[in-house]
Ligand binder design. Structure first.
Ligand code: MF3
Ligand code: CO
Length: 260
């Protein structure tokens, strides 16, 4: 069953998602060679709580931490650890927070220092593909239109789309119906209606699409060992133009400062 949100509920979700956006930037400020992924988790956890919210991931189906940190060939759901980030790594930071009963969910893949041109291009394409999908997150379109846009954009550039893991509806629960695959056929699937809120999250591989799960039961990794990228926004379906509730604007601000 798909839960439609009222305008008031969407405003609450905008607040949760804005906090997630700020948390990702706070983590991003600290991403540099020498820091561990567990230190990043502590930063995110403290920031979320200091802002009166609850980390959505901690304890979710037994998940042990407040963010997912997926480095290089880790696709998603990497568990923060003593791993020390090194120059040239890429790291996706996935974060969820609940405030006033509603969840926010967003993910960004960061560079650690200077990364290869190959990595830079993968990140650029994956981020762009998210916005290609979002263009179809409007009233009257279908779930398949979103996936088709993402898949076409990435495959045309030589990358592959991870199958079997999808985006999702979101609201009072972090994962609600419908599933939002990053592949599909235009004009197929559930029709999008005002009040639906979905998390769209392309997971895109440099090499082949195949993945496996590590022994920790959580971490998805590429089978060929090549790198993978992941970007996610929470989006409210509206008329004519999608209403993106999360944001990368705070991240873009800190990254600009980093370069200078
Ligand atoms: N954004 C992730 C997703 O939608 C949430 C991580 S799952 C958790 O799949 F278990 F780590 F919380
Ligand atoms: Co999600």
């Amino acid at each position: 069953m798909i839960f439609l949100k009222t305008d008031e509920e969407i405003e609450l979700m905008r607040i949760s998602n804005d906090l997630v956006a700020c948390t990702l930037a706070e983590v991003g400020k600290n991403i540099k060679p020498g820091i561990t992924t567990l230190q990043l988790d502590k930063i995110a956890d403290a920031f979320i709580r200091d802002n009166g919210a609850i980390p959505s991931f901690l304890g979710y189906e037994g998940y042990p931490n407040s963010i997912c940190t997926s480095v290089n060939d880790q696709v998603v759901h990497g568990i923060p650890s003593k791993y020390v980030l090194k120059e040239g790594d890429i790291i996706s930071v996935d974060c969820g927070a609940e405030k006033s009963g509603f969840h926010g969910d967003s993910c960004y893949t960061f560079c650690v220092g200077e990364v290869s041109e190959e990595a830079r291009q993968l990140l650029k394409t994956t981020r762009e593909s998210l916005y290609e999908g979002i263009k179809f997150a409007i009233e009257g379109k279908r779930i398949g239109d979103i996936g088709h846009a993402i898949q076409t954009y990435c495959e045309n550039r030589g990358y592959s789309v991870v199958h079997g893991m999808t985006g999702h509806g979101i609201g009072k629960s972090m994962h609600e119906e419908p599933k939002v695959p990053n592949y599909g056929k235009s004009s197929f699937g559930t029709k999008l209606r005002i009040g639906m809120v979905v998390a769209i999250e392309p997971m895109i591989n440099l090499g082949k699409q195949n993945i496996y799960f590590a022994d920790d039961g959580w971490t998805a990794k590429t089978s060929d060992g090549k790198i993978s990228a992941h970007f996610e926004h929470t989006v409210a379906i509206s008329k004519g133009q999608a209403d993106i509730l999360s944001s990368f604007k705070y991240i873009d601000e800190i990254l600009e400062n980093n370069v200078k």
